[in-house]
Write a protein that binds this ligand. Sequence first.
Ligand SMILES: Cc1cc2nc3c(=O)[nH]c(=O)nc-3n(C[C@H](O)[C@H](O)[C@H](O)COP(=O)(O)O)c2cc1C
Length: 187
Amino acid sequence: MSKNTVLTLVGSLRAGSTNLQLAEAIQLNAPEQVDVIIHESLGNIPFYNEDLDIEGQVPAAAAALRAAANDADTILLVTPEHNGTVPASLKNAIDWLSRPFGAGALAGKPTAVVGTAFGQFGGVWAQDEARKAVGIAGAQVLEDVKLAVPGSMVRFAEVHPKDDAEVVEQIKGVFDALAAARTAEAA
Ligand SMILES: Cc1cc2nc3c(=O)[nH]c(=O)nc-3n(C[C@H](O)[C@H](O)[C@H](O)COP(=O)(O)O)c2cc1C
């Protein structure tokens, strides 16, 4: 059976990002048949600009993002919350993936959102906004995939999420929900 490829896009540019660490924990806990790829930093992608979005001339980092998303079976956004919404770098990636209109890499693509943030709700506002944006971009939003870990910087100050038993258990729940969505899609 061919592997299911999950492309993770991390909504923080920090080297010490707890969301990058969460993506690493997700990668480490992936079931045998799932291949989790962590996309390189979204910080190299220019702000979306229709003047730059010319066929054959798309900036390399944006073209690489589109190619990676096209190749993936599923997109997983792993994001903190910035001022109650999606960090600009992740929103920019969503904008690049939403075009060409109606034929962007997100069109029809199963897409889920998880993450960790410092606030007591773990960034659920940002997650909801990300789901809204990718849905408008045409993605098949996997609403049942949920993971929002509060207290990011404190909780993961000394302990990497891969070594946090509760988080690892929740990650298993994420993969169960992803598998259930695949089964429902195939039925
Ligand atoms: C500009 C900025 C705005 C933030 N706004 C929020 C917020 O609205 N809600 C929240 O829970 N945390 C907020 N935080 C805290 C982040 O959730 C926290 O720093 C998180 O760990 C960042 O993710 P990272 O560790 O992956 O970089 C904000 C942080 C920054 C830098």
